[in-house]
Design a protein around this ligand. Structure first.
Ligand code: TRP
Length: 474
């Protein structure tokens, strides 16, 4: 059998996985929900959510990926043949299709706005009324919407087509440092503007009165989405790991990079928004209405606008390729497609599936099911249903079906001589190897990772899920 392709270096893997995690969620969603939900107070809650559900589930995904050396479906099957949990793998591949189909539409807009910034500089669009109109016309024009969606998918296909090492790794190694540099430049610029501190205050001043039960659930759901968990993206990337890699440290690095970028994104946005006298808003409103109006009024605004939208586009691309890779790897492993054929065929299929989403802001705006446009259905189905369900299945599968003890056996590879394997063994409730020095039986019960994965993560995911679908409110 052909040897499975592996990452060429530790950094290559970290960049690829962090590239998957760092996406539109970090830049257009996190800063705003933070500002709205009590600033610094919310950040603390978010960090806790990353720690108690994000990190354990990411480690679980890396572990089944590396153990099985398979796509999500193959991974479940290789670890527990005939287990019904394989449905978690299928849901992951389905989620890859569904999420990428609408993610690519928004990714396409960011490409379009990058070009707009450089060609027009948003000249003469100094008010939000004007920019909202431009936005409406832009996303409502079927030719634009489909063209940029196609361009975005083309870039993703182009990268994934070239393989794990020569495509995904090579490109994320170029693109991730670009994200760091552009973000740094934008932060320096934003903080140096007059009145910047008002923005920093809005963003970070801890206000516990704004931190409600709902904020906590928002943090929980977002932590999950932001780390690209619940659909096997991290299983797939983990499947290209060798036994040398330290899984716990990798999960920690990826979570830290993702959280760091999200935090810093707010520092690039709010100081500038406040300094230019605009009021903050959320999501598309912030990114496509307020920011272009702001750039229009700034000196060299075309340049700053170009950098900002380029940042968004790059972040979206490195996430998009991880979604496409889940689908591609499934067809390569399970149905014996060649990489090239799988990438092109299913990349095009996702493009086609995304067309109704692309048209949801114009030609198909009135075409609704359950009062939702096609775009909203894809977004809802993917982000609010498939991901939590997948995450739940993954944590129960590793925590209960396969068992954290077996999982820790896998984690141990690559962790020799590190204090953390000792720690994880304890966390999983394993008696430490007698060959290691150990007087730890007391702690064996303090199986932290096991506890998180078996009890805390599933419960937290379920509660966050019930909250997002509106079944509960705190
Ligand atoms: N994490 C990405 C973001 O923050 C979104 C994303 C990319 C994603 N790939 C994923 C979410 C896989 C869940 C699963 O924008």
């Amino acid at each position: 059998m052909e040897q499975r392709e592996h990452w060429g270096s530790h950094m290559g893997f970290i960049f690829a996985a962090a590239g998957s995690a760092v996406g539109l969620g970090n830049i257009w969603k996190f800063p705003y929900i933070t500002g709205e939900n009590g600033g610094g107070a919310f950040v603390i809650v978010y960090l806790l959510c990353i720690l108690i559900t994000g990190l354990p589930v990411m480690l679980a995904e890396f572990t089944i990926g590396r153990r099985s050396q398979r796509n999500p479906v193959g991974a479940f099957r290789a670890i527990k043949p005939k287990s019904k949990f394989i449905i978690g793998g299928y849901l992951g591949v389905l989620a890859g299709f569904v999420i990428l189909s609408f993610y690519s539409v928004v990714g396409g807009w960011t490409l379009g706005y990058t070009i707009k910034a450089i060609t027009t500089g948003f000249a003469g669009l100094g008010t939000v009324e004007k920019t909202s109109l431009v936005y409406k016309n832009f996303v409502g024009d079927p030719r634009n919407a489909i063209f940029y969606h196609m361009l975005f998918m083309f870039i993703n296909i182009f990268i994934v087509y070239q393989g794990v090492k020569k495509g995904i790794e090579k490109w994320t190694k170029i693109l991730m440092p670009m994200i760091f540099i552009i973000l740094l430049v934008l932060i320096i610029k934003a903080l140096s503007m007059e009145g910047a501190m008002d923005g920093v205050r809005f963003y970070l001043t801890p206000d516990f009165s704004k931190l409600t039960g709902n904020s906590i659930l928002i943090a929980l759901g977002h932590a999950f989405f932001s780390l690209s968990l619940g659909m096997g993206a991290m299983i797939t990337y983990g499947s290209y790991l060798s036994k040398k890699e330290n899984l716990f440290k990798s999960a920690l690095s990826v979570s830290m990079i993702d959280t760091g970028i999200a935090l810093f994104a707010g520092l690039a946005i709010f100081p500038a928004v406040f300094a230019m006298g605009f009021a903050p808003d959320s999501g598309p409103g912030l990114v496509f209405h307020i920011l272009p109006a702001m750039f229009s009024k700034m000196t060299f605004g075309f340049f700053w606008g170009f950098l900002f939208f380029l940042l968004l586009a790059i972040a979206a691309i490195t996430s998009g390729i991880s979604l496409l890779e889940v689908v591609t790897s499934y067809f390569i492993d399970e149905l014996k497609f060649s990489r090239r054929a799988a990438t092109v065929i299913f990349g095009v299929a996702i493009f086609l599936l995304g067309i109704p989403s692309a048209l949801s802001f114009g030609a198909l705006a009135d075409f609704k099911l359950w009062n939702l446009t096609f775009f909203q259905i894809a977004d809802n189905l993917g982000s609010n249903y498939l991901l939590p369900l997948g995450g739940l299945l993954i944590s129960i599968f590793v925590g209960w079906v396969w068992g954290t003890k077996h999982a820790v056996d896998e984690i141990r590879h690559g962790s020799h001589n590190f204090a953390d394997v000792h720690l994880i063994s304890l966390m999983a409730g394993l008696k430490d190897d007698p060959s290691h020095n150990s007087d730890v039986h007391v702690l064996t019960l303090a199986s932290l990772w096991g506890i998180f994965l078996r009890f805390i993560s599933p419960v937290a995911i379920t509660i966050a899920f019930l909250f997002t679908i509106g079944a509960i409110k705190l």
